[in-house]
Write a protein that binds this ligand. Sequence first.
Ligand SMILES: NC(=O)c1ccc[n+]([C@@H]2O[C@H](COP(=O)([O-])OP(=O)(O)OC[C@H]3O[C@@H](n4cnc5c(N)ncnc54)[C@H](O)[C@@H]3O)[C@@H](O)[C@H]2O)c1
Length: 258
Amino acid sequence: MERFAGKTVVITGGATGIGFAAAQLFASSGAHVVLAGRNSANGEAAQQALREKGGEHLFVQADVSKEEDVKRLMQQAAAHNGRIDILVNNAAMFYESDFLTETSEQWRRVFNVIADGAYLCTKYAAEVMVANGHPGAIVNISSINGYRALNKSSHYNAAKGALDQLTRCTALELAPYGIRVNGVAPGFIDTGLSVIGGVNELETEDFLHYYIGQRKIPLARAGLPQEIATIIAFLASEESSYIQGATIPADGGLSITF
Ligand SMILES: NC(=O)c1ccc[n+]([C@@H]2O[C@H](COP(=O)([O-])OP(=O)(O)OC[C@H]3O[C@@H](n4cnc5c(N)ncnc54)[C@H](O)[C@@H]3O)[C@@H](O)[C@H]2O)c1
């Protein structure tokens, strides 16, 4: 029997990067995947790509920072196959900014997507899981920025730190309902999020010299979205049945160094 046969998996920001790699892995293991995102062109293309490989998959246009969108997303996801088994809180935004010149609106926007978005999705997905009597798993995509300070990104670092604490708190509060909540904290992964201001940071001289050449990343390379997807699938599966409230780093060793 396939690993996720008959399971419904909701992945926010699932049309691109790490989210889409996870969507492909779940779909190829028998799951019904519900992709959620703001951009309908990306979402419909991703839905089509999944359907071509077989299975019933859905794209729902939703902004995770908007409560009405999230309620509708979880209603549609539950209606799709009668249940929600797995939620992957993956949606995020990133841009560089100086702490002193950034506006409070810009700061709040990052928090709204990363921290509030994960809160809203967790709340409404968990309500469905509890009401339907199907215990489930929630996987939060954090970052090593959640516990390390990177320059020009205090909004993102602080929001990911809040997400890690949400992982622990919901792991505690939802455990009595059979819901497991865990996280993954990637380091540098080769996705669209690595392109900042039109420049792919993984191709800059600074990155190649410091992180690769000097082995600031001990494994001396950026990660691939598929290498995060396999951890997401592990945390969503019964193989991790005794892991609760943990956030697993996946950064080629970057965060063990100083
Ligand atoms: N790429 C990296 O180096 C890296 C490192 C650490 C953590 N991460 C985390 O991995 C996750 C996936 O990022 P990625 O690298 O695949 O980049 P990505 O840009 O491909 O993925 C982010 C997705 O979130 C979506 N999104 C943004 N705002 C949204 C909103 N309000 N509502 C719904 N969807 C929204 C985007 O459209 C996009 O599809 C993110 O949580 C990111 O913080 C990435």
